[in-house]
Design a protein around this ligand. Structure first.
Ligand code: PLP
Length: 423
């Protein structure tokens, strides 16, 4: 009878993934407006440290590039056309120029670049291009919470091996405090699991730490010897609070097993104007082209045209480097304000950000329960750590990204949390 029929079942993988929502997605649902009202709170008074997004303005010249293209009928018409599956050649050339200009990368060309619709799509398609069922992947613990689901959707039956980088007892970031121990453990896990791919972020979400050069040297040497890939998720590459390590300038022409995943989301505040790219050896780029033919057909032409136009001018006149430096200074100020407020109001172990948008705080009890109670009692939202890995089960992630220009609110939010915790 019409109206009573159930639709046929969804795929097993989708059913499994729907049935096991991550703690992060659960808490973000809990923070939805109606839920906040149901909790008896005023949504306008909620202070959120939950969002993994930036809140500075995109470069004005970038905005003007959109304006110029939209104003010109011929260019606007062109922006409605398909581009090549790997992106427009001019845009790939400008991205190579950006890496040379900002990071001193040598020997990178357009042929090493695949443009896509942001790093989420690209990471998924990269997994598709590199991994077979039964392969192992090595992730750090903690790490970006989306990788697990992306792997499940991209390739069934991939084994996830982990390398702990946070000591849950001392809250030390081990690659810096005990590099030899980390390398030893890395080699042990490697011998056991023989991963085909190592994937980590620099700087990291959720810890905002940058994996130090000696650790990356050890990972690269072992991976190169055993014909495995090393992928670095550089979603926050332009956000660093001290000179970045040498591997920020490594090119896939020099290191054929290196893959760098990039995004316009954070540095240029292009989160919803979807554009990202992958830098890799030409063989990997060929593989990605085949996958993208089936996943996106081509990246967004308007985003590519504007990025090309903006980069060409902003590299030539030096405004790109100035913009990145000014943006960095703003996030460094917000990071400083966050750490000072954590110390003042919470007095709990935390990590000092080396870049990015976050810190993680040891709340010394189950992070999921802490976050739920904190939201209910104080109207302050932080993110439970467990979704990022076991080492962070008693921790929370605090994001200062959305509040980059509202340092007073950062202090107020952490003061509210501290008052509740110490009452
Ligand atoms: C480490 C990391 N990678 C990738 C992404 C997603 O970036 P994009 O907007 O390019 O898909 C995020 C977003 O928060 C992230 O933190």
């Amino acid at each position: 009878m019409p109206g009573t029929l159930q639709p046929p079942a969804l795929s097993r993988i989708v059913q499994t993934q729907i049935a096991s929502p991550s703690p992060i997605r659960q808490i973000m649902k809990m923070a939805e407006r109606q839920n906040i009202i149901d909790l008896g709170l005023n949504p306008d008074e909620v202070i959120s440290f939950g969002g993994g997004w930036v809140n500075h303005a995109a470069p004005e010249a970038f905005r003007e590039a959109y304006e110029a293209i939209a104003r010109d009928p011929a260019l606007f018409h062109q922006s409605g056309g398909y581009s090549a599956t790997l992106g427009m050649d001019e845009c790939r050339e400008q991205i190579a120029a950006l890496e040379a200009h900002l990071f001193g990368m040598r020997a990178i060309t357009a042929a090493n670049i695949a443009i896509g619709l942001g790093s989420t799509q690209l990471t998924h398609d990269l997994m598709r291009a590199l991994l077979n069922p039964g392969d192992a992947i090595l992730l750090l613990d903690p790490t970006y919470a989306n990788y697990e689901g992306q792997l499940a959707f991209a390739v069934g039956g991939v084994k996830i091996a982990t390398l702990p980088v946070l000591d849950p007892e001392t809250w030390a970031y081990l690659p810096r405090t005990e590099p030899d121990r980390v390398i030893e453990q890395f080699n042990r896990v490697w011998d056991q699991e023989r991963p085909r791919l190592v994937l980590f972020c620099a700087p990291d979400n959720p810890t905002s730490q940058i994996v130090p050069q000696p650790i990356v040297d050890a990972i690269m040497a072992r991976a190169a010897r055993d014909h495995a890939y090393v992928a670095i998720d550089f979603a926050y590459k332009c956000q660093y609070f001290a000179p970045p390590p040498a591997y920020y300038a490594w090119s896939p022409e020099e290191y054929p097993n290196l893959i760098a995943i990039h995004s316009n989301s954070k540095w240029a505040r292009g989160l919803g104007r979807r554009l990202g790219w992958i830098e890799a050896a030409r063989g990997v780029i060929d593989g990605l082209e085949r996958v993208q033919q089936c996943s996106i057909l081509c990246p967004d032409t308007l985003q590519q045209m504007t990025l090309t136009r903006y980069l060409k001018a902003a590299i030539a006149d030096g405004s790109l480097a100035r913009y990145v430096a000014e943006t960095n200074a703003a996030y460094q100020r917000a990071a400083g304000a966050t750490i000072a407020a954590v110390d003042r109001h919470l007095g709990l172990p935390r990590l000092e950000p080396s870049g990015g948008l976050y810190t993680v705080v040891d709340v010394r009890r189950d992070g999921d329960a802490f976050v739920r109670e904190a939201l209910r009692e104080t109207g302050v939202l932080v993110i439970p750590g467990r979704g990022f890995g076991r080492t962070l089960a008693n921790g929370v992630r605090i994001s200062f990204g959305p509040l980059v220009h509202d340092l007073a609110k950062i202090d107020e939010g952490l003061a509210r949390l501290g008052k509740w915790m110490h009452q």
